[in-house]
Design a protein around this ligand. Structure first.
Ligand SMILES: [Zn+2]
Length: 255
């Protein structure tokens, strides 16, 4: 059986987005091309040709580059949620929870994760433990709830939280410093959170990325994944998973 060798490249784009390029053998995918120019420059520099576009959801900073990439690479498939039909430019493949996508020999599992958007999906590659989760989980944070309920978002976060601890989280934004500033107001005695802040301050002052992060670490430090922490519940005065998540989300909205 051929084993997959998924290589991931992280391209900074727009003000604080990341676009990801996935390479396995001769196949090249882009995840959430918010800016085509960044992608085309990278492909040219590395002498690569694009095979497909994978979208997590339809927000402009995730799909704005689709049309220009289709002009450069006519006819390549554009993947997105079936729920986003008519919203993702150039979409040709309409995915549901449990579907599979192939990048060379690497198999990505499609996970439906509504909360930020109804049609938000994540792509999880179990063999290499890579997760592309758009705006659902960030390092020390989580995306805003837009056209969904808080309960839906908490359920989606629980679904992603159940992935293995060594899962690399390739989230779509560099929000880590601001997220940590907020997280420390929710969980001020968490020693790992405090040392992460020191590490991230060093990385960001050297203009280095803080992504990817790891699921096991996020489970211990990200307040949006810690609705069952007794320390957090007693600080917030909440009971129950959705109530605790909702209180954290509401406080972040006002932060
Ligand atoms: Zn976004």
């Amino acid at each position: 059986m051929p084993s997959s060798t998924l290589q991931v490249y992280r391209l900074p784009a727009l003000s604080d987005n990341y676009i990801f390029i996935l390479v396995d053998g001769r196949q090249v995918a882009v995840v959430d091309a918010g800016d085509a120019g960044v992608v085309l420059d990278f492909l040219q520099t590395h002498n690569l040709a694009l095979s497909m576009i994978l979208n997590t959801h339809y927000d402009g900073d995730h799909v704005a580059g689709n049309r220009a990439l289709l002009t450069a690479y006519p006819g390549i498939p554009v993947y997105g949620s079936a729920i986003d039909r008519g919203r993702i430019p150039g979409q040709t493949v309409f995915l549901n929870d449990g579907d599979r996508v192939e990048v060379g020999a690497s198999i990505g599992h499609v996970l439906s994760v509504p909360g930020h958007r109804q049609g938000h999906i994540a792509y999880y590659f179990p063999e290499s433990a890579d997760l592309f989760c758009g705006d659902v989980i960030f390092s020390a944070g989580s995306g805003r709830v837009k056209d969904c309920t808080y309960g839906q978002m908490q359920e989606s976060l629980a679904k992603l939280r159940s992935l293995p601890d060594n899962t690399k989280i390739w989230c779509a934004h560099e929000y880590t410093f601001d997220n940590l500033t907020f997280a420390l107001t929710i969980d001020p005695d968490n020693l790992e959170l405090k040392s992460r802040m020191v590490e991230v301050q060093k990385l960001r002052s050297a203009l280095q990325p803080t992504i990817p992060t790891e699921m096991g670490f996020e489970k211990r430090t990200n307040p949006f994944l810690r609705w069952d922490s007794e320390a957090i519940r007693s600080r917030l005065g909440t009971v129950g998973d959705v109530e605790t998540y909702t209180e954290v989300r509401s406080r972040k909205n006002k932060f």
